[in-house]
Design a protein around this ligand. Sequence first.
Ligand SMILES: [Zn+2]
Length: 460
Amino acid sequence: MANTGVLNRGWVFRLETTPEQNIALLAQTDGRRGIWNMLHEWWQMSSSHHLPSMKDLDTVVRQGRKDIDWMAAVSAQAAQQVIRDYLGAWRTCWAGHGTVGPPRFRSRHRDRPSVDAPQARDLRITRISDKFSTITITKIGRVTFRRHRAIPSSARITGATMSYSQGHWWVALRMQLRRPTPLPTDRPAVGADRGITIPVALSDATFIGHADWLTPAEKRRMLLLERRCARQRHHRWNTRGKRTPLGANEFKTSAAITVLRERVARRRRDWQHNLSRYLASTYSGVAMEKLNVMGMSASASGTVAEPGTNVAQKRGLNRAIRAEAWSSLQQKTAYKVDEVGGIFATVRAAGTSTECHHCGSNAPGQRESQALFTCANPQCGWTGNADYNAALNIEHRAFGRATPSALTPGLELCPDVGLTAAARPGHTPGKPTRKGDVAEARRQVSRGCGNNTQAQNAHA
Ligand SMILES: [Zn+2]
């Protein structure tokens, strides 16, 4: 990201819609989906020598909005935006050289309903109280939204997208914000190792964890709902056949499961935002490993670095969720570090967990267990937590050894730096989510022994 004076951000606010507005918004998002599908159908029927142009598509959509009711529900600008989005999806596909698939039909069930308001001047955002503002949506009128964070007066709003999820309508305001004053650059640099037992280990011996995303009661409910859903599905298969629409009760059950899944996603996002903000404001340089998403989704039998000890736990779904969580943590950290003038770096991942950060020895078997690393070089013999060692390797690869938080000779390492709360028997997780985790971590930024743990075995 270039160091321009402007940051492009999308801030999401919850709309407080009336039942009538819900229906109108749904008509708009359905209309948008319908236009998309219509364009896609036409495109697929066209010969590759005569693909419809922007102008062709525009003419058809214009005429359609005059003749067809459901198309007229979408505002002219939003309909235009669908065409731009559709052609943009093809361009992304062509530029992606096989990594990005072609656009496909949008499904009511699979795709999140959303509709665009590309013209900012029509939005007319007005403050009505300390907590609420209104926004004007074409063909609907003024809709109240909860202003959970202040919109700076210097922000330039360039557009909005309305979408539906988690039982609410949301508006994402696209805005250009003034870049904040850079933080001092003499703050330390840090390497962050993302892991399974310890979600994030930092090279200054801070371990940052989180409670389970669901409370025990929520987990029980999830299990119950999943069983119920399976039972209802099998009943439908047996009585009506496999490719039949969901029954009313099955639909209700799956909606309840979605609520819980989205709760997990929300808590994880909250944790990531807090953690990345903490990293960006505490360190002037942050390094992480390059993610190997292919490798993570490959085999459960393990790698050289981590021979498959927890094969049974490394199920595909969990792994995918983790991979997703890791890459979005990286994204959030990267842009937040950049915002305040710090440096974000990614480094080669190979060997970070097997090499000794102190002497560079990479003899086999140094990683004695998941938690413990013991250097096999007799002149060195460093021993300590394996994730801490990996975090130091990451830091050194990115910023060299001269940074303030690098291990300096003579610094006495606590012999049990490696003992995390997760490893201790009888550790009980705290309340899920909440800002406490990072606030706690902030308090614990120290090289002291025994009190540097917040980590707990979230996924095992
Ligand atoms: Zn060593």
